[in-house]
Design a protein around this ligand. Structure first.
Ligand SMILES: *[C@@H]1O[C@H](CO)[C@@H](O)[C@H](O)[C@H]1NC(C)=O
Ligand SMILES: *[C@@H]1O[C@H](CO)[C@@H](O)[C@H](O)[C@H]1NC(C)=O
Ligand SMILES: *[C@@H]1O[C@H](CO)[C@@H](O)[C@H](O)[C@H]1NC(C)=O
Length: 294
């Protein structure tokens, strides 16, 4: 179900922008014909490897457990399903869940994921861009329960200073001293994406432009202040357990104590001040097809 939501967003955007995934050939062919330039929107995370603090089994094999994906359970089955326990080791391709697995091809590898080391509460997922981009939205699909508290931040100066885009918490006032945008529209904090349920495939969505902060001119200083970024990071601050836990479980609780993310999708476009003729491909090493470049 959640998966369909994401695909819809991705497809709608392709449809609206009319250029589909930013394909280098199309980028080169694209021309701004006598009007402001609207570079194609693409997934800025594609082909870029996020940096995380930990990875499951980074030093040695770890055992971990998780609940099965509800969407894969038999429709007639109720509840959580039996937890599945297995091992991870970052140095064994068959058992690794590396940061790059969050940003690999979403359609080709829907069940690859990154997983943190066991027991961590504070994690950081950071993406560094080599230049300035415009952000439209961020989607994270968790495999573990979503964090009880989390902050999405961006830098516009290559990581020297950071500012929040959005705070996420089960209780915005208790955690961050902020109003919840479910009760106060436009607040910097929301509880919408912090439920422990669903225990797998819970989504977190951030839209840079919402009805409450609608921007007419995407090249105005206000828009640039909001949308322009050189780095993005997600601070995971507090883990929470799936409420399935304790249902006659024999596995140790710490085996469930990790963060895991299937997909990290960062929609945006290159930044060309409205008068660039096209998006030049940046000079990068290890260049990957379909990378959205500047
Ligand atoms: C892995 O090893 C490094 C270096 O010995 C250590 O600092 C780190 O805490 C270890 N990580 C885990 C998850 O055990
Ligand atoms: C959030 O926390 C505050 C302060 O601890 C408490 O008064 C309030 O009832 C909590 N709200 C919810 C929805 O749990
Ligand atoms: C691209 O990289 C090559 C090799 O590192 C360098 O010689 C060249 O000047 C770079 N071009 C641009 C436009 O930065």
């Amino acid at each position: 179900m959640q998966h369909k939501g994401i695909m819809l967003i991705v497809f709608l955007e392709c449809f609206i922008s009319g250029h589909g995934e930013a394909d280098p050939m199309r980028l080169r062919a694209f021309r701004c014909s006598g009007r402001s330039c609207n570079p194609p929107v693409g997934n800025l995370a594609t082909g870029r490897t996020p940096i995380t603090l930990t990875t499951c089994g980074q030093n040695s094999t770890e055992l971990y457990c998780s609940y099965p994906d509800q969407s894969l359970l038999h429709p007639a089955s109720h509840g959580c399903g039996q937890p599945r326990c297995t091992k991870c080791n970052a140095n064994q391709p068959d058992n690794s869940h590396l940061p790059a697995d969050m940003t690999d091809d979403f359609f080709a590898n829907p069940v690859s994921w990154w997983q943190s080391a066991q027991g961590v509460h504070r994690e950081e997922i950071r993406l560094d861009f080599e230049t300035e981009f415009y952000l439209t939205h961020v989607i994270a699909v968790f495999k573990s329960p979503r964090p009880a508290a989390m902050v999405l931040e961006r830098s516009q100066d290559y990581g020297q200073t950071w500012r929040p885009y959005k705070y996420f918490s089960v209780n915005c006032t208790a955690t961050f001293g902020l109003q919840d945008d479910l009760t106060e529209e436009g607040s910097m904090c929301t509880s919408r994406y912090s439920d422990a349920v669903p225990c797998t495939r819970g989504e977190v969505i951030y839209r840079a432009l919402t009805p409450s902060n609608k921007i007419e001119d995407p090249y105005s200083p206000e828009a640039q202040d909001l949308l322009k970024l050189t780095n993005l990071r997600l601070l995971l601050l507090k883990r929470q357990e799936c409420p399935c836990r304790g249902l006659g479980l024999v596995e140790k609780p710490q085996r469930f104590a990790h963060y895991a993310i299937y997909d990290l999708i960062i929609r945006g476009s290159c930044f060309c001040n409205g008068h660039a003729e096209e998006c030049e491909l940046a000079n990068r090493t290890g260049e990957v097809e379909n990378v959205v470049s500047s």
